[in-house]
Design a protein around this ligand. Sequence first.
Ligand code: ADP
Ligand code: ASP
Ligand code: MG
Length: 465
Amino acid sequence: MIVMKFGGTSTQDAHAVENVVKIVKARLDRKPIVVISAIAQATNMLERAGRLAADGRTGDARSALLALFERHIAMTDALIKDQQRCQNLRKTISASLGELEEMIKGLAILRELTPRALDTIYSYGELLSSRIVAVALEENGVASRWIDTREFMVTDDRYNSASPDMELLETRLPEVIMPLIEQRTVPVTQGFIGVTRSGHRTTMGRESSDYSASVIGSVLGVEDIQIWTDVDGILTSDPTVVASPKKVKTLSFAEAFDLSYFGAKVLHPKTILPAVERNVPIHVYNSRRSELSGSLITSMNSSGTPLVKSIAYKRNMAILAVVPKHRYGQYIFWDHVYNILTKHGASASLTASSEYGLSIVLDQSHELPSIVQGLKEVGSVDLEEGKGIISMVGSNIRAVPKFMERLFRSVSEYPVAAISFGASPSSLCIVVDDHSVPGAVTSLHREFFDTVESDEFEELRHLPS
Ligand code: ADP
Ligand code: ASP
Ligand code: MG
């Protein structure tokens, strides 16, 4: 068995879905379970419609919905030639639009979009795209069954960032999936969305379909979790920032974890842990060029030689420097600081400490003023916004020849505000000004990859569009 997850660009239009059908059809002997994201931009458009409605702009909200639904209808018409199937699918799509239009009226009256309502609205993106894929498979002679994650992905009620109930999943998922696999029917389900015990839709965080795929694959103990996206695999850096990235052939779980944790969008940061727990390999493939070998993430650390494998970055970060007011025992000080962060649901992306102070790097989206207020009880606090973290990732990078010298030479034009090295054996992070991130990443990439000689990397034959 394998899990195949297709992202938004892989289902963005009829042509892309035809491609998904071909890719799945070519792998039927591996018993695929298909996990689908909303079509490209659908989640953003649904959110926009919800926010417009809550602002009382029902007309604009409706127009946003109509534009999105037209795309689904156009895909259906282009993909499904069987009249009955096409009509049924069109009916489902229209019924969903009707439900959303009712919700929009409600939001406009209440003038608020709660996290719970937002999750219900979001869920339509994945519900519809997965239906289209399931029917398109049938249309092409592949026995498939659309499954609502409601049947197995029970989560807690932390709307917008829910976590699955793993115990329930362990029993329900095989009950739902295995009979289909035995009948040689391809289950098609949704990423990103779940449901509470009381039946409310939840989502597990933006871009979390990769995580859904990993959870499903790990619980079922599949041979391979396949993430199908729009690039050739894991690249040496973000192709929207560096001009000529290379493909990384293999990564260890630890390397992939650090990369995703420090911002490489290609994998959601929660994806790696479930796979590590059950030791299930992950492949990242390009759905536009399915003949390519992709990147493989496993427990093995293939490269004996120390090597920088990839550079990730996170923008819009803030540094909070806290110096204790009194000479507390260090553990009291740290305890207080972490309690404040926990109270605000904030996790530090990175910390650097000395005896008299602690620098914490946080995402700027956290409630910084309240956090600062809380920290002022124990110390003086200095807040600097507009920062970015750049992470160099690779097992045993400390042993890369002249690593530090090359690193600092590459970023010499950019003031470095903090460094974290040692917390993870597979990464080193520096903090620079946010606006310096693209320049610094490009310069580091040039230094570590332009002339690198290692069969761990492959030149890209087609640069990502
Ligand atoms: P999907 O919709 O398939 O989930 P995403 O847009 O979430 O796709 O992730 C793929 C994108 O991640 C790529 O198009 C690329 O721009 C970006 N990306 C950032 N860093 C990397 C990296 N190191 N390797 C590959 N892609 C990366
Ligand atoms: N459709 C969801 C989002 O855009 C989930 C995903 O794409 O992984 O956030
Ligand atoms: Mg993604």
